[in-house]
Design a binder for this molecule. Sequence first.
Ligand code: GLA
Length: 738
Amino acid sequence: MGINMVSMLRKLLFVCACLALAPFLRAGGYEIAGVVDVSTNDTTLLISYTDKKIPHFEYYGKKLNSPGDFIGKGGMTPPEMGEENPLYSGRGGKNFLEPALAVVHSDGDLNTELLFEGAEKSVSKDGNVQTTVVKLKDTKHDFFVNLIFTAYMKENVISERAVIVNGQKGAVELQKFASSYISLRGREYYLTHINGAWANEANVSEDRLTRGMTTIQSRKLVRTTLSENPSFMLSLNAPLSEKSGEVVAGALVWNGNYKLDFEFDEFSNLNIISGIMPVNYALGAGEKFETPEFVFTYSSEGAGKATRNMHDWARNYGVYAGNKQRPILLNCWEGVHFDIKEDVMFEIIDDAADIGAEMFVMDDGWFGTKFPRNDEFAGLGDWAVNPRKLPRGIAPLAEHAASKGMRFGIWIEPEMVNPKSELAQAHPDWIVGAKGREKPLIRNQWLLDLSNPEVQDFVFGVFDSILKSSDKISYIKWDANRHLEQVGSAYLPADRQERFYIDYVRGLNEVYRRIREKYPDIIIQACSSGGGRVDYASLKYADEAWGSDNTSALSRIFIQYGESLIYPVKAIGAHVARSPRRNVATSMKFRSDVAMMGRFGIEMRPKNLTKEEREDLKRAVSTYKSIRDVVCDGDMYRLVSPFKDPNYAATMFVSKDKRRAVAFIFCVNENENTDRPYFKLDGLDPNKKYKVSEINADRPICMQNGKTLSGEYLMNRGVGPRFMYGLSSCVVELTAVE
Ligand code: GLA
């Protein structure tokens, strides 16, 4: 057969195929009329719309250079099967899956069918942030949704949020209003997320999803992330692995009740629906509802790259002052608890300065006059200095710290109140709870009603008046030690009580916003019984979160590992504390090596240290100063997961130019040790030579200490610490020599 014959046959086959396909497509599938491309440098998110303007979440994955290929070749869903891969589905219409949006329209209609109306793009001045607004409108009502996709080009992170507008003459009731709807196409899905409890935060668990619905959620309103974090990593077709495989990682930017649904549907798609925990929310004529944003990234190189993308985005956009260096602080909580006294504070400030700390933080116990805060039973809410403890107030302490070259910080918990307080007596109507019911206590305290603007002013005033008491205060630890159980607001009308779940959070964030407007340079720590506010909504205003009240170094290896999947380590407070702690005795070296993998700090009364411990701590502080930029602003590579390996944990950080790196390796069992594992490093330049130096050690145990080796060697052979006993550690610094 001649070439012409072959090509003619091919053409014929093509025509036949088209003919066969066309009626089928018209019968039930869809023809893609156009696409909206929301790409970053290495990823593409593609929205498609049909000739009938039905929008779909068409693709999310590796960067595509010719998204136009999608046009014309639509899905082939049989007509009776509803729409697959919706973009942002309303309840009803042709949708039977979990919707993104559920509305009761002004005429009682329960259906919403959003059609594509157009898209608009804008670009930031530096070109790195590209915003795409996708406009949707219901087929029947004047009801609009704008989906706003923001693409962070070099970080390869995208955020999605919705602005819902009621253009009808009457009010509608929103019953669900997701931030995002992401529809992935795979065969199997593995969900990794972090969860736990007080002092046991951020356990990493992975489950293979079964068909149907899996949900991560919190109804606690406050300290939501002690139990479940609104973030995840989703691995497609294989269990999560560090260096390979397709991974989508995401986090909801909301510090209240939330719901992340993972619906493995009958078409084998995985629909990820994120948003505020639904409540009934009336939206009046002409009103709009803005959802929080959901941030996410795609990696075709496993979990490690997904983490690095999130960390880059967080430092550049997600965390307050994310690119600033964090000071090394000493917090006195575990040193003295509520037993604050001026002379003791002076003593600790002196010691902190001697050890090399850059900031001193006075914790709980400094306030309350009529009801002194001597324990957790009284005084919360009364933010006046206790003159019996600090007769000259806060200013002399802050000035003393400044005279020693240090900054000063202080603890507050302004959203809360003890029943035994002047505040509770003066403003019973400010306390959250329902009339006629006994209000339950947690840690002997109640929650203040931040949906009430008067309470917002009060909370702002607490912050403001403390900062006015001395211009030397530069850090506030903002605590929140209970969550919500009984609900009820004396401020909100009876038919708007459900709004409390949203208005509390909006009220809190409004206070944060006002604070940031007035105090842009104050460092804020979001603490909430430890790691209860490790979320990107809190971190939008706070420079850091407190990782956990559990300061046992062994536990912290796990907790910090879990939190760092999604959140950058510079935004997680990690402190060296006393030992034994929770019955596990660890050396000062081990404790400080663990704390060095975060925003390093100290939590103790240094007077209680032995001479050797104090010297070791001093060494750790000066070591951290020399590697802080690499740990905090470098790329993180996880080498060994403590959740997977019973004996070891290892993580390393590499500077962006790959000239410096630090690897932290821990033996996490308690046995005498005789095995001699090697740890392959990662993220280095294979062609560079690195000087290997073990740091923060009296007697180095790394076999390669002092050698100059290629990145290739270090990443393929690795380094071998000779651990002699359990609960020991080895920190290796690598410096490029050429
Ligand atoms: C919470 C915090 C601790 C400490 C105490 C003070 O538990 O997480 O760090 O500040 O409150 O009461």
